[in-house]
Design a binder for this molecule. Structure first.
Ligand code: NDP
Length: 322
């Protein structure tokens, strides 16, 4: 097995958490290596890469597009001397230090790390219907900003009742003829501001207490509608649409760490409260992979800073000559 020289800090993930950890680690002279990943069709940078306008990241009073904000993060990492590898980590061995990371197909050199910062984030959840799976990329999407333009002046459905669903519906209403939000309860989970915006939008229709039973029509290889069921009346009906957007929350990207790092029942990595310490000494977790409460870009960035400081202090205590 060939490998690079042992790195003091390796960061996996390139969203706000990963880049903030990298910037702080670089400024502490820890010469961090970031493996930024190839997720989402080859675009690193995490969920902000598929976010339209960001209006709540402090320091940008006139809002900023998600991808532009991530470019600032990445440029700042590079300016601080962070080394960035654009590839996926495909395997990790946390059973002994230094930790070993396999990158890509594993034919290249392995990466050895004295400390590891996990910032792999989370990704969109799916309903789990066979028809939804069959029509992915053929009218079924989990990202309005990525795919909305394909449905210009058409009718679309958005499933979900949280802020993501409200945001997707608002965004799509600017492009599409109609947007129908289908939600399984009569109350929305979304914040009041976002709900009010959606309720006041004449292009958006709300269908409540309703679940989707099937996305139509897999036999045609394209979306023609959604077969839905009202949970109160048990009535079945079809909503005609050509685009079907799923906006029902996220799951953490933890596949690499299953069986190696402790996690909560919902799959998010467990960190020691008030810190970024995981169950393995020398491994720290920050951002959405360990946060199911706040999940904001700014909280992810804040915890990335914590992870870099935790890693630096841990090295000083446990591996001072590393
Ligand atoms: P949430 O978990 O908040 O909401 C998920 C929604 O999807 C809920 O309404 C839920 O229904 C519904 N849902 C979940 N599973 C299913 C299913 N199998 N079938 C049907 N419906 C389902 O996730 P979000 O992604 O919306 O938001 C996550 C976090 O990110 C929140 O903290 C949110 O505030 C934040 N956020 C903030 C934004 C902003 O401020 N600009 C934008 C987007 C997100 P139910 O309510 O019945 O559980």
């Amino acid at each position: 097995m060939t490998h690079h020289a042992v790195r003091t800090v390796v960061i996996v993930g390139s969203g706000p958490a990963g880049h903030t950890a990298a910037i702080y680690a670089a400024r502490a002279n820890l010469k961090p290596l970031m493996i930024e990943g190839l997720h989402r069709g080859g675009i690193p940078g995490g969920q902000l890469m598929i976010t339209n306008d960001v209006e709540n990241y402090p320091g940008f009073p006139h809002k900023i597009a998600g991808p532009d904000l991530m470019k600032h993060f990445r440029d700042q990492s590079i300016a601080q001397g962070v080394e960035i590898v654009t590839d996926d980590v495909t395997k990790v061995d946390l059973s002994k230090r230094p930790f070993t990371l396999t990158v890509g197909d594993g034919k290249g050199p392995h990466v050895l790390a004295r400390t590891l910062i996990v910032a792999t984030g989370a990704q969109a959840k799916w309903l789990g219907l066979p028809s939804e799976h069959a029509l992915q990329g053929k009218g079924v999407s989990a990202c309005a900003v990525c795919d909305g333009a394909f449905f210009r002046k058409q009718d679309v459905v958005v499933v979900g009742g949280g802020d993501t669903a409200m945001e997707e519906a608002s965004y799509l209403s600017g492009l599409c003829r109609t947007v129908t939000v289908v939600h399984r309860r009569s109350d929305f989970r979304a914040s009041k501001t976002m709900q009010d915006r959606v309720r006041a939008n004449p292009k958006i229709k709300l269908v409540l207490d309703t679940v989707v039973e099937e996305v139509l029509d897999p036999s045609k290889g394209e979306v023609t509608g959604a077969r839905v069921k009202n949970l109160k009346t048990k009535e079945l009906s079809v909503i005609d649409c050509t685009g079907f957007f799923v906006a029902i929350g996220h799951t953490p990207n933890t596949d690499l760490f299953v069986g190696q790092l402790d996690h909560h029942e919902n799959g998010y990595l467990r960190t020691k409260p008030g810190s970024t310490y995981t169950s393995v000494p020398g491994v720290f977790a920050c951002g959405d992979v360990q946060d199911f409460t706040y999940r904001q870009a700014v909280t992810a960035a804040g915890s990335g800073c914590m992870a870099a400081l935790d890693a630096e202090r841990w090295m000083a205590l446990h591996d001072p000559h590393g």
